[in-house]
Design a protein around this ligand. Structure first.
Ligand SMILES: Nc1ncnc2c1ncn2[C@@H]1O[C@H](COP(=O)(O)OP(=O)(O)OP(=O)(O)O)[C@@H](O)[C@H]1O
Ligand SMILES: [Mg+2]
Length: 290
């Protein structure tokens, strides 16, 4: 499935982007225009290129071919120095390493602000942190370290940080992964609330279909580096393509099961439980070389 997009078709426009790593194609001529003020959800199997796609939207990765635009301005070839200005308009919650472990919640939120502007009025900053934490239900946790927060609380703090500078666009990579259904739903509600309160444009990468249906104005499914389906929740739910149906229903296809089934018999012939016991003198001898 391929649609032509123009640089002014959305707030972020990815136009005919191909990304290769060491000659391996991860994004294959992808075009996507992100509509302002809407929530676009990107779904697809692990490894299909969702995070790479999102990184292109903020030029943390640069395309091998193709172009990326923010508000009609080409950004993919900009110098890092100029990108800092573009990135001021973005908030992002990435998949890995959301918070700085050695900084308190308060410092985690003010750190990126300090990077961008000199803070002179700390009372005002206290107020801002309080207000952002309140939006995610975390006011009062200012002087906690991330290690003493649950996974869901950490994600909420990461969200508060992402919205600290009133971004126009928020990019979320797997905001609900690793959370129980109740915590996931709190994050979903927050994304919806931020959307309504701040009128932001959101792009959310997720595996979680419940979350996707709840928050999406539009769902874009990637498959092997290309866009396979693109439409609203009902369109995706009723999509005739079996790959889409297998994904949204959490089914595994026969072609994916085949190598696992074949491998299953090999596991049995290759390993025995005693292979993993240090008391096995033969293995121990081999390991230490004595
Ligand atoms: N910096 C990199 N160098 C080389 N290969 C990379 C790099 N970043 C990503 N890839 C490869 O690109 C492919 C797509 O990665 P990506 O992280 O976008 O997957 P994803 O769809 O986000 O998967 P997941 O759902 O597991 O997060 C993977 O095969 C990955 O190994
Ligand atoms: Mg990813």
């Amino acid at each position: 499935m391929h649609k032509d997009v123009h640089k002014d078709d959305g707030i972020i426009v990815v136009q005919n982007v191909t990304k290769q790593y060491s000659g391996r194609t991860v994004l294959d001529n992808v075009s996507l225009a992100v509509e302002p003020g809407k929530t676009t959800v990107i779904i697809g199997k692990s490894g299909c290129g969702k995070t790479v796609m999102m990184k292109h939207m903020i030029v943390l990765e640069r395309p091998t071919e193709g172009q990326v635009f923010f508000k009609g301005q080409r950004i993919d070839h900009q110098h890092e120095r100029d990108l800092a200005e573009v990135r001021r308009h973005y908030g992002f919650c990435f998949q890995m390493g959301a918070l700085f472990d050695s900084l308190t919640v308060y410092e985690n939120i003010t750190f990126p602000i300090q990077q961008k502007q000199k803070i002179t009025d700390w009372n005002k900053m206290d107020e801002l942190v309080k207000q952002k934490l309140a939006m995610v239900g975390m006011d009062g946790f200012q002087f906690y370290f991330p290690a003493s927060l649950s996974g869901g609380q950490q994600k909420r703090v990461a969200l508060a940080r992402a919205i600290a500078l009133n971004p126009e666009v928020i990019l979320y990579d797997e905001p609900t992964t690793g959370l129980d259904p109740v915590r996931s739903d709190i994050i979903n509600e927050l994304i919806l609330k931020l959307q309504e309160a701040l009128k932001v444009t959101s792009v959310v990468v997720t595996h979680d279909m419940k979350s996707a249906y709840k928050i999406a104005d539009r769902i874009v499914m990637f498959h092997e580096g290309r866009i396979l389906a693109d439409g609203d929740a009902d369109y995706i739910r009723n999509h005739p393509n079996p790959i889409v149906q297998e994904f949204i229903n959490g089914q595994v296809s026969e072609s994916e099961l085949a190598p696992i089934r074949m491998g299953g018999t090999r596991f049995e012939t290759q390993f025995h439980p005693e292979d993993f016991k240090p008391s096995n003198p033969k293995k121990q001898g081999q390991a230490t070389g004595s």
